[in-house]
Design a protein around this ligand. Structure first.
Ligand code: HEC
Length: 191
């Protein structure tokens, strides 16, 4: 990189001061390839292309239940998020209800149950970012189980519910109604 910068600097100065030299630089054909990089392979792309959209687009095959998720959570997550996800070094993941006397009239902790507008984001977030010390280490099946567990722990789905690519996007999150779509286009309507 240092080599590139050193060789470009004099050229930039020449193009400002001498139009004759600028024209001659323009005649240098742009190479078809620069000799580095290579096309990404389909396998490499699949590994990186892990985003899940709010409507569930991008969810992989698999299924999960809260019962199985509870076991995985105890082993891989509770050290940072506490037993049952109620708090710890990594923060609470569970608020049992938005209408308990403890949270009425106050700003509740921003957890999956009180703040997240889409259930599909729970899957996406856990798969890409958790466990914090080893992101990317969970199988899709484990992520489905953990998603089911956290949705159940937040009082959103039944303990017996099975979470799949088809059922997860249909889960309505308690906080979704608190979000207002911002369709302003800018300009005079913005005050
Ligand atoms: C080594 C500690 C650690 C472990 C283990 C861990 N987490 Fe986390 N987790 C964190 C930290 C720290 C954050 C906050 C990250 C941030 O805000 O950037 C977090 C954030 C989260 C969030 C987002 C919380 C929110 O509402 O913003 C979820 C969901 C989550 N973790 C789930 C899990 C699950 C599921 C596991 C087990 C597979 C797990 N975590 C294991 C430390 C950990």
């Amino acid at each position: 990189m240092v080599g590139l910068m050193v060789s470009f600097r004099p050229m930039a100065r020449v193009s400002l001061t001498s139009s004759a030299q600028t024209r001659s630089l323009d005649t240098i054909p742009t190479p078809v390839r620069f000799g580095f990089g290579r096309p990404v392979t389909a396998t490499e792309l699949t590994r990186l292309d892990i985003d899940v959209q709010p409507d569930g687009k991008g969810l992989p095959a698999g299924a999960g239940t809260a019962v199985q998720g509870k076991v995985i959570f105890a082993v891989k997550c509770a050290a940072c998020h506490g037993t049952g996800g109620t708090g710890g070094l990594g923060g609470a993941l569970v608020t049992t209800s938005m209408t308990t006397t403890a949270v009425v009239g106050k700003r509740p902790d921003k957890t999956i149950g009180t703040y997240w507008p889409y259930a599909t984001t729970v899957f996406d977030y856990i798969r890409r970012a958790m466990p914090f010390n080893e992101p990317g280490s969970l199988t899709d099946e484990e992520v489905y189980h953990l998603t089911a567990y956290l949705l159940h722990a937040n009082g959103i789905i039944d303990e017996k519910a099975t979470i799949t690519a088809q059922t997860l996007p249909k889960v309505v999150m308690p906080a979704q109604k608190l979000f207002i779509p911002d369709d302003r286009r800018g300009g005079p309507e913005i005050r």
